[in-house]
Design a protein around this ligand. Structure first.
Ligand code: GLN
Length: 306
């Protein structure tokens, strides 16, 4: 029996309405605090090309930590296994911007999706690329199949100005010898990538590579090998939601990645990608309505990877 996806999305809108207004915007980045809180969008893109959407699916928002997936996949495509000499593959069980764990684990971040791990990945990109910022943007534009993807400079400036904790993490990494370039340069590129604006439609497109064994659909040249793609998805599954990764696996059952802009992108290999967005977050930094929407989606469709 075929599944009525549009109906499922419409039901999700109704069944998440009780959560409207619950949670908190990421106001530790002052520019993000200006976002209108009640927005909510979903874009579901099947691998056969059909797509369904609802709400604010075409409104751009700050992708924040979702960018860490792009950075990691680019680093893996350039460096392969060498990436894992400087960053681990274990869930952290601590907040995304925690300093504690980094200190007692001697500067090797638990995984590439906590801030410390992403800073190390960004440092690798700076060493490998001749024009790191432009090259990373071109890579993301290629995945999204669209040139008009930009950094929101006001958000980037706001992060730079108030990023005391990230600066502390980067300095600690440098002290442990796990940053090779200048700390300021690493932080700048990290903030720039976090400050990219994209919408649900664009994010669902740009994640198709992970549902397609490492190839951008419609192209022949793989960006990642099938094995690298599986590993990327495994990391999203176990580490994509910081210290709420277990909860996301338990309630949703898909590999995915969240950001404090309120976006979440998730995927089912060979079947679909789905992006949801709603800016109000729970105390772990994940979108409350976004998490609920994905839980309802996998429950109603029966499409969880488990
Ligand atoms: N730019 C944000 C930060 O570094 C990203 C955090 C996130 O989305 N979890 O704090």
């Amino acid at each position: 029996m075929s599944i009525d996806y549009q109906r499922i999305l419409d039901e999700i809108v109704e069944e998440t309405a009780f959560l409207k207004g619950k949670g908190k915007i990421a106001d530790y980045i002052p520019e993000l605090a200006k976002v209108v809180p009640g927005q909510f969008g979903i874009y579901l893109r099947m691998m056969d090309g059909t797509a369904y959407h609802t709400g604010d699916a075409f409104t751009r928002f700050s992708i924040q930590s979702i960018s860490k997936v792009f950075a990691l996949s680019l680093a893996v495509s350039l460096l392969g296994e060498k990436v894992w000499q400087r960053v681990g593959v274990e869930p952290s069980g601590t907040a995304f911007n925690s300093l504690l764990q980094l200190e007692y684990e001697k500067g090797i971040p638990r995984n590439p999706f906590i801030n410390a791990g992403a800073l190390v990945v960004v440092d690798m990109l700076i060493s490998e690329l001749s024009h790191p910022k432009e090259d990373l943007m071109e890579y993301i534009r290629m995945l999204a199949g669209k040139q008009e993807i930009y950094i929101n400079e006001r958000v980037a400036d706001s992060e730079k100005q108030f990023g005391y904790r990230n600066a502390a993490v980067a300095n600690l990494l440098k002290d442990f010898g796990n940053i090779n370039n200048r700390v300021e340069e690493v932080l700048d590129l990290y903030y720039d990538m976090c400050s990219i604006d994209m919408n649900c439609e664009e994010l669902s497109q740009s994640f198709r590579i992970f549902a397609n064994h490492g190839k951008v659909p419609g192209t022949d040249k793989p960006i990642l090998t099938p094995s690298q793609t599986k590993r990327q998805n495994a990391l999203m599954q176990s580490c994509g939601f910081y210290d709420e990764s277990g909860e996301f696996t338990f309630t949703v059952g898909l590999p995915g990645k969240s950001g404090v802009g309120g976006g979440i992108v998730a995927l089912f290999p060979e079947k679909f990608t789905i992006a949801v967005w709603s800016p109000l977050l729970n105390e772990k930094g994940n979108s409350i309505m976004g998490m609920k929407a994905l839980e309802l989606f996998t429950t109603k469709s029966g499409l969880s990877i488990f």
